[in-house]
Design a protein around this ligand. Sequence first.
Ligand code: 4AD
Ligand code: MG
Length: 466
Amino acid sequence: MKRTQISKFWKDASGFEGQTVDVAGWVRSARDMKEFAFITLNDGSCFNDLQVVAERGELSNYTEIANAHVGSALRVSGIIHLTPERPQPFELKADTIEIVGDVASDYPIQKKHATREFLREHQHLRPRTNLFRAVFRIRSRAAYAVHSYFQDLGFLYVTTPIITTSDAEGAGEMFRVTTLDLENVPKTDSHVDWSKDFFQAPASLTVSGQLQGENFAMAFGDIYTFGPTFRAENSNTRRHAAEFWMIEPEMAFCDLQGNMEVAEGLLKSVINYILDHCDQELSMLNRFVDKGLTERLRHVASSDFARVTYTEAIEILEEAAAQGHAFEYPISWGIDLQTEHERYLTEEHFKRPTFVTDYPKDIKAFYMKANPDGKTVAAVDCLVPGVGEILGGSLREDNFEILEKRIVELGMNPEDYKAYLDLRKYGSCEHAGFGVGFERLVMYLTGIDNIRDVLPHPRTVGSAEF
Ligand code: 4AD
Ligand code: MG
């Protein structure tokens, strides 16, 4: 039996008038009016419920249906009637209703229970709430918009490995992948004998698909990856997850300006798509989560992003501090920007998304292209109000000798990066790319301020449930 999604009726109920349809969903409420009962049913296809009318005279299981528990799963067959004189424009008059899955008596239905923290621990309930339905529909649409943007620009979608033997960011925040018996690790001279491991080498979950992405950019020109990445960062913040998705385009024959144009275009294109396709979800979030959401998204979609160098940003922050703005972390050239600094720049100074470029080389990854000043690299971060860093990227060091020297300088082993270095030996060219944290993007699109609440099943320090 093929069920009809409830959203179809809300799009065009008159097209179904008088027709027999099969629907299925979960009970929101059941009201017994003695001779007939109203069941409101939701199937997740849209916010709106379907009102089902059950008549005592028509249904042999009327008593059971009229007392159906909130949350139980029903299948209903019946006829759609338009009801323009009533608050809801149509209803389904049931011929048959079957309870296919009842709920246990400990089902938590009280409103006071519905905090986001409580819902994280009750996964069966979480995606059935209006809030999470709005968030995850926007997440789904945003993923589609990302693919559309790059496909329309002629980028190749390449999937990069999840298991890897190189640390793409050189930050050592990787989860190990092994089949060795951890109770009895094979050793030679008190060192782990990796030749006995599955890959005969230490392997980890990837922190970024960039290095393999560059490999394909050197053949296809413009590529992007969009997949899961993993970081064992021990930071329990609202913006860090241990498992998150990243969108990483990489462009051959492209400079830092070109990189920023693609990044700005991507963010605006996804925002516009969501504004055009998620009206109901945005209104709901705008009402209950973030009152300025829709206005902010419209503003961003139509304004130019600000652009400053790191050195200029430090000057702006020093000036603000001199004027009496209290920052917890002291400001001086060379520091890594803290969230409070990022937020000041984008929320108070520029009041729009801001690209910060040319960071000190010591706080950025090994692969970023050295600037002629010898102190900075051609890096770019984009900061947005409410979220802080939404994407980070750079021009890549495309000179073999300079890159090899940098790898050695940082105490890394050039042998581990041989394939990456080879790209600089055989037809190297100026190239650039960036990585957008997909959850940070969804936070920005929804106004949700905790990364856990835009992840279907969040994994963070100390928590990997379900
Ligand atoms: O700035 P990051 O570390 O850059 C890279 O990984 C580069 N390889 C990207 C590239 O140039 N291709 O990470 C990129 C973005 C950040 O700006 C942030 O949005 C997100 O990934 N991100 C996280 N999101 C959630 N949880 C975490 N722990 C994150 N770490 C980074
Ligand atoms: Mg970064």
